[in-house]
Design a protein around this ligand. Structure first.
Ligand SMILES: Nc1nc2c(ncn2[C@@H]2O[C@H](COP(=O)(O)OP(=O)(O)O)[C@@H](O)[C@H]2O)c(=O)[nH]1
Ligand SMILES: [Mg+2]
Length: 208
């Protein structure tokens, strides 16, 4: 399947916040309650359509543990987008955002778009971080913000697609230099037309 652009994403945040589940819900439309702990880095891919352009999202899912931090760091450079995830039921995962953000900003290119995600919104009764706190943190640090549920498939598409829209906009405005692949964008050779239909050939993990 040809594409107009390929955008590279990275998903970061503490262990257990739901990074792998968000990826699986986005690429495969399913929720796997017991997911193997991510070792090192895995990736998934999916085609989306934005303003008539076929855009392939190549998404790198990282392990949250400290021992893998140096591997994660090597993936920041070369990413156009980052999903920074915390768990709304575990306050410490919200506290750790500052560390994650510092790390991301230090090791990525300055044009990387960061989306803050408060995951597990289905567990509202066990909520430990309010929506307003997430929103405030995002405003303070110039991030976009959504609460999601990988379990109920709420706002998962939105999170990945909203990030892509912003990246696409940055390309249009010349903020992202697409001639340098280290900015996380690769130019493909697909015709730019809304009539191009994705026949689903590129969905799934580990493909392409
Ligand atoms: N209730 C609920 N549980 C979730 C959600 N997302 C992930 N989980 C659970 O949280 C645990 C950790 O998920 P996982 O994706 O492996 O986290 P990761 O370490 O960040 O990749 C698993 O038991 C998932 O079933 C969600 O949106 N709602
Ligand atoms: Mg994982």
């Amino acid at each position: 399947m040809s594409y107009s652009y390929l955008f590279k994403y990275i998903i970061i945040g503490d262990t257990g916040v739901g990074k792998s589940c968000l990826l699986l819900q986005f690429t495969d439309k399913r929720f796997q309650p017991v997911h193997d702990l991510t070792i090192g880095v895995e990736f998934g891919a999916r085609m989306i359509n934005i303003e008539g352009k076929q855009i392939k999202l190549q998404i790198w899912d990282t392990a949250g543990q400290e021992s893998f931090r140096s591997i994660t760091r090597s993936y920041y450079r070369g990413a156009a987008g980052a999903l920074l995830v915390y768990d709304i039921t575990r306050r410490e995962t919200f506290h750790h955002l500052t560390n994650w953000l510092e790390d991301a900003r230090r090791h990525s290119n300055s044009t990387m778009t960061i989306m803050l995600i408060g995951n597990k919104s289905d567990l509202d009764a066990r909520r430990a971080v309010t929506y307003e706190e997430g929103e405030k943190f995002a405003k303070q640090h110039d991030l976009i913000f959504l609460e999601t549920s990988a379990k109920n498939d709420e706002n998962v598409e939105e999170a990945f697609i909203k990030t892509a829209r912003i990246i696409n906009d940055k390309i249009q405005r010349g903020i992202i230099d697409v001639s340098n692949e280290m900015n996380g964008v690769k130019v493909g050779n697909a015709p730019s037309t809304a009539a191009v239909v994705d026949l689903d050939g590129n969905k799934g993990r580990g493909c392409c």
